[in-house]
Design a protein around this ligand. Sequence first.
Ligand SMILES: [Fe+2]
Length: 120
Amino acid sequence: MSNQYHEPFELLSEKTKDITRAINSLKEELEAIDWYNQRADIASDSELRSILEHNKSEEMEHAVMIMEWLRRNMEGWDEEMKTYFFTSSPITGLEEGSAQPDKSKEVISFGTSLNIGSMK
Ligand SMILES: [Fe+2]
C-alpha cells in the first residue's frame, strides 16, 4: 500500500499524501496513453483501432484532469504551466532568462540599484 511513498508514510502530511496519489495517478494515465497509442498504431482491425484511439483520448482527459488538480493544489505547477502551456514560440526560449533580454526588466533593475545606492 505504501510502496508508492518514498519517505515514511507516517511522517507525510495529508496534503503531501494526496499529491502523491495524484502524481501516481498521472503516471498511470500517461502509461495508459502510451500503451493505447502503441496498440492503435499496430492494430490490424480498423474498428479495434478506433476503440483504442477513443480509449487513448479518454486517458488524455484523465491525465489533464489530474494535471489541473496538481496546478490547483501543488505549488509550482501554476507558474510553469503559465510559462509553457498554450504558447507557440520555441519552448526552450520561454524559460525566464533564456529569451532575448527584456528591456523593461533591465530598466527596472537599473533604477532599483540606483535607489539602493542612494540610500546608503
Ligand atoms: Fe484513465
